[in-house]
Design a protein around this ligand. Structure first.
Ligand SMILES: [Zn+2]
Length: 129
């Protein structure tokens, strides 16, 4: 079985240690349960919260995502509606942030764990199985 790439592991929100176990309990399409996260990797048993309050730092990643969304949506509204009234921006930008909230919540945690968790990939030894 080929080793999943780091990028693919992040996109699929998988464990950084085994690159197989899902970090979240439900698919992102189940919007009401988007924040339910496994405490431990279901495959290798890695504790996802590597230290207490670890994911507080994920809010910085989320902030960067919000700024990107703000800039992108602002530019899109400006170009698509030919510089409309201020209220288009006041409604459009928070609406898009609200729609993308599950995505931002999950990927801020996934990116933070992969970047700052200090966890290296360990291929499972399958020769003994
Ligand atoms: Zn794992």
């Amino acid at each position: 079985m080929p080793i999943p790439s780091k990028l693919r592991t992040i996109i699929e929100a998988r464990c950084p240690k085994c690159r197989e176990g899902q970090m979240f309990e439900f698919p992102i399409a189940q919007v009401r349960k988007f924040s339910h996260m496994h405490t431990h990797c279901p495959v290798c048993g890695l504790r996802f919260e590597v230290e207490p309050g670890f994911y507080i730092g994920a809010m910085y990643v989320s902030y960067v995502m919000s700024v990107i969304i703000f800039a992108t949506v602002s530019a899109a509204i400006y170009l698509l509606f030919n510089n409309p009234d201020f209220y288009y921006y006041v409604i459009g930008i928070p609406l898009m942030v609200l729609i993308l909230l599950p995505f931002m919540y999950r990927y801020s945690r996934v990116l933070f764990l992969h970047m700052f968790g200090g966890i290296k990939y360990e291929a499972e030894d399958r020769t003994t199985i």
